[in-house]
Design a protein around this ligand. Structure first.
Ligand SMILES: [Zn+2]
Length: 475
């Protein structure tokens, strides 16, 4: 005999059954276009355009979004390759963020030995060809789901020049994120993980010293050496290393040091990066670096001016959103390699300087979520994360052990392994975005944590102040 379910319970179970169906439909929608997304990712990988010069990559993504019914606003924040694509209406407003810039010098065929496509050209050594495309896949799937009768606004943010150009900082400054309730994104990696991890804040700038040229042997007393000033500055900063918190990183190069040894250099330039897990501490350290430059100018009888070229915060992680993402990532799971992919992975691992600790096969698993992790890189997503609750997921687009910003990473980003990782990320982002649209308590809890961790009275500011986007920083 069949037992009757109470009516209320029946409604609940039908509703959850319906939700489960919808989630499967969204995942199937993404999967059914795997070949299309693989092709788009490969095109952007081939374009390999560096920061602020991503015309073809940006245009291709915009075309896809327009064709899918998004309303695209291009050239936002005074950046020609930045855009915002929108569908739907009303609250909540959820943003999916995509990147698409390449790295100088990392051109590489998708093979397991060093072989540039074009010598000294740029390559996708950070997998941003996959990043922009995976975000596109998630956005289009959610757009179709919203169109079936769900309220809310979905945006895709096309964010240029992540690699040292601070593109998102200018987009934040232009107010483009001010009404957004939550940001969802991902990043290529050699493993699958959605931990609430942070990054290093980073300030970059060029210090320029102006002296007086003179014959270095016949009239040195008439000269004032700009190179002396650079060396004095570097010396002071190197002594300062002992008196800054342990985790601080300071690196510099001398970009101009004079033209000939027999001419006292009247111009010299040093290019500095300083990093720290906390922007509020880094801010004070940067002031001391500027003081060292001023002191160097004073002591050498030269003058100094400096230009801040980039500034990004440390990421403000959101544990709650990460827990939602982790649940979805676990549902999707990792992926296996074909025999050809295993061979590629084995060969490419032999080219690494360090023996990988993670085994081939670890990309089949999801890494457990860790709280309090701080990555040693920097990202402009950080400035978004202090303005809107933000969640990011990593997917194993790189063979386990392959570090980002390497030719090996470019090879993986142009391979079938890269596409497999991208699809995992697209699906995990899509499910997480659905969660944010269907259950308002997710955004409420994320917002409460965001307010708590930022602290009362927090005011976001950036060292970039009112400078124009450094559109020529890669030229
Ligand atoms: Zn990156």
């Amino acid at each position: 005999m069949r037992r009757r379910l109470p009516a209320a319970l029946m409604v609940v179970s039908l509703a959850s059954l319906h939700a489960a169906d919808e989630r499967d439909t969204v995942l199937q929608g993404i999967e059914s276009r795997r070949a299309t997304y693989a092709d788009i990712a490969k095109q952007i990988w081939t374009f390999a355009e560096v920061g602020y010069q991503e015309q073809k990559s940006s245009t291709l993504l915009q075309q896809q979004l327009r064709a899918a019914g998004f309303n695209v606003r291009a050239g936002v924040a005074d950046i020609p390759t930045a855009f915002v694509a929108t569908v739907g209406s009303g609250k909540p407003i959820v943003a999916i963020v995509g990147e698409f810039d390449a790295l100088p010098g990392l051109s590489q065929e998708p093979v397991a030995r060093r072989s540039p496509v074009v010598a000294e050209a740029a390559g996708h050594g950070c997998g941003h060809n996959l990043l922009g495309t995976g975000a596109l896949a998630a956005a289009i799937a959610i757009k179709e789901w919203l169109a079936a009768g769900h309220p809310g606004t979905l945006r895709y943010y096309g964010t240029p020049a992540e690699e040292g150009g601070s593109g998102k900082v200018y987009m934040v400054r232009a107010g483009l994120f001010s009404d957004v309730d939550a940001v969802v994104t991902w990043h290529p990696a050699d493993h699958n993980e959605a931990s609430p991890s942070s990054s290093l804040a980073n300030i970059t700038g060029k210090f320029r010293f102006h002296g007086v040229a003179a014959h270095a042997a016949a009239a040195p007393d008439h000269g004032r050496s700009a190179l002396d000033a650079v060396e004095a500055m570097d010396y002071m900063v190197n002594m300062m290393r002992e008196h800054v918190p342990q985790e601080t990183r300071i690196h510099y190069i001398i970009t101009r040091g004079g033209a000939a040894p027999n001419v006292v250099p009247d111009f010299a330039e040093a290019y500095y990066y300083a990093r720290q897990p906390d922007m509020r501490i880094l801010d004070g350290i940067w002031d001391r670096i500027v003081d060292a430059a001023k002191g160097a100018a004073l002591g050498t009888g030269t003058t100094m001016d400096f230009e801040i070229t980039g500034a990004v915060w440390n990421v403000l992680p959101n544990k709650y959103l990460s827990s939602v993402m982790t649940k979805n990532l676990e549902r999707i799971g990792g992926f296996g390699y074909t025999p050809e992919e295993v061979k590629f992975a084995e060969d490419i691992r032999k080219t690494l300087t360090e023996t990988p600790t993670a085994a081939i096969g670890s990309q089949e698993k999801i890494q457990p979520s860790r709280v309090g992790a701080v990555g040693s890189a920097s990202t402009d997503l950080a400035d978004v994360s202090w303005n809107v609750p933000t969640v990011s997921v990593n997917a194993a687009t790189f063979v386990p052990g392959v570090p980002a910003h390497s030719w090996q990473a470019t090879a993986c980003a142009g391979s079938t392994i890269g596409v497999k990782g991208m699809m995992v990320a697209a699906k995990a982002m899509a499910l997480t975005t659905m969660d944010l649209f269907t259950d308002p308590s997710h955004i409420q809890k994320a917002r409460a944590e965001f307010d708590r961790t930022r602290g009362p009275g927090f005011v976001y500011k950036t060292r970039l102040a009112d400078r124009k986007p450094a559109l020529d920083y890669r030229k």
